[in-house]
Design a protein around this ligand. Structure first.
Ligand SMILES: [Zn+2]
Length: 330
C-alpha cells in the first residue's frame, strides 16, 4: 500500500514546497541510505581499518559486506554470562519496575518478529510538532577509527549553545574515557544510548548490510541496558532514548525496548550521509526540513565534512526561522 510510509510520520499537511516528510524520507531512503549504512553502520561497527575504506567510498557506492566486519573482537564481548542476572557492578538505578534480563527472556521466548526496518511503529522518526523546530542528533558509533572524536564540531555546539542530542555507544565510551563527563556537563547537550556494541536490534540475529544484529531477547536487553547503565554510572542520568547501530530493528526488539521504558529515536534526514557528505551535500539535504525533523549526523569522524556542513546549515536554518530542540523536549 502506497501510503504505508506516510501517516505515521507526518500528517502530510505541510505546505512547504518539496519538503513533505515523505519527500525527505524518500530521499533519505533512495539517496542517503546507502552511505549511512556504509560509513556509519558498517564502519562504525568495525574495529579494524575498514573505516577508512568505507569512509572514502563514493556516496553512491553499494554496501560492501566484505569490509563490514561487524563482529566485535571476542575479548570485548559483553559479559552476558555473569553469575547474576543483575548488572554485575554498580547497579545503576534503584531497581525500578523495569523487567530483569531473565523476565525479558521468558516473556519474549519464541516470539517471532514480523517486521524489520528503520521506521517501524514505535520508532520516533519526526518530532510531534508543526512548528519550525528540528532536532540535531549526533552519533558516536565506536570501534576502531569510529571511536574518533570531532572536537571542533562539539566545541561549536557548545560555543553557540545549540541544543543537541548525542547518541553514544559503549565502545565509544570505552575508547574515550573521560570525555563523557565533559559532554554530560554541557547544558546544551544530552547524552543518549547508541547501544553497547552498536548492533542492529533483533531477537534472532538478523543482519543488515552484513552487520549482525543481537540474537535473542536477552541480547536485546544487554545491548540497551549495559550501555544505559554505563552512561548512568558516569553521568548520573539514565538515557531516555535509544538508537541502535544501523538504526534497524525488528518489531519484537522494539517491544522489548518499550518494556524497558526506552524510547527509540529514528531519524528524518540522514544529514551527513554517514559522515561521507560534502558541505554542499549537507546543505542540500538539510536546508528545507519538515517541522520536527530529526537530523542524523556523526560526531566520530573529525576527518569528514560534517562540522563545516553543520556550521553552514545551522546558519541557514536560523535565517529561515528554525529553532532547535533536544529529543527529550518532545
Ligand atoms: Zn552509529
Amino acid at each position: 500500500m502506497a501510503n504505508l510510509w506516510m501517516p505515521r510520520r507526518l500528517p502530510g499537511s505541510t505546505s512547504e514546497p518539496q519538503v513533505s516528510a515523505r519527500h525527505v524520507r524518500g530521499r533519505a531512503k533512495s539517496m542517503l541510505w546507502l552511505p549511512v549504512v556504509i560509513a556509519c553502520l558498517v564502519s562504525c561497527s568495525s574495529a579494524d581499518g575498514a573505516d577508512q575504506e568505507t569512509y572514502s567510498a563514493p556516496v553512491t557506492a553499494a554496501p560492501n559486506p566484505v569490509t563490514s566486519d561487524p563482529a566485535p573482537p571476542p575479548a570485548r564481548e559483553p559479559a552476558v554470562d555473569t553469575p547474576s542476572d543483575a548488572p554485575a557492578e554498580q547497579p545503576a538505578s534503584p531497581l525500578s519496575d523495569r523487567p530483569s534480563r531473565e523476565e525479558i527472556g521468558l516473556q519474549f521466548a519464541g516470539v517471532e518478529p514480523a517486521e524489520w526496518g528503520e521506521d517501524l511503529e514505535g520508532i520516533l522518526t519526526v518530532l510531534p510538532t508543526q512548528d519550525k523546530v528540528v532536532a540535531l542528533t549526533f552519533d558516536a558509533c565506536g570501534g576502531g577509527a569510529s571511536s574518533a572524536y570531532d572536537e571542533e564540531l562539539i566545541e561549536f555546539l557548545i560555543q553557540e549553545q545549540i541544543p543537541a542530542t548525542l547518541f553514544i555507544s559503549g565502545m565509544w565510551i570505552e575508547d574515550n574515557l573521560g570525555k563523557l563527563d565533559y559532554l554530560a556537563a554541557q547544558q546544551n547537550l544530552e547524552i543518549e544510548n547508541h547501544g553497547f556494541w552498536h548492533k542492529p536490534l533483533s531477537v534472532n540475529g538478523r543482519e543488515v548490510y552484513g552487520v549482525k544484529g543481537t540474537a535473542s531477547p536477552e541480547e536485546v536487553f544487554d545491548e540497551i541496558e549495559e550501555n544505559a547503565q554505563r552512561i548512568e554510572q558516569i553521568t548520573g542520568r539514565r538515557p531516555e532514548f535509544f538508537r541502535a547501530g544501523t538504526a534497524f530493528y525488528d518489531d519484537v526488539a522494539v517491544r522489548i525496548a518499550g518494556e524497558l521504558g526506552v524510547r527509540i529515536a529514528g531519524y528524518t534526514i540522514a544529514a551527513d550521509g554517514g559522515a561521507t557528505f560534502s558541505k554542499e551535500q549537507i546543505l542540500a539535504v538539510g536546508s528545507n526540513p519538515p517541522p520536527g525533523a530529526i537530523f542524523l549526523f556523526h560526531m566520530n569522524h573529525p576527518e569528514s565534512n560534517t562540522y563545516q556542513g553543520l556550521q553552514s546549515l545551522y546558519s541557514a536554518l536560523v535565517e529561515k526561522g528554525y529553532s532547535f530542540a533536544k529529543m527529550t523536549d518532545y
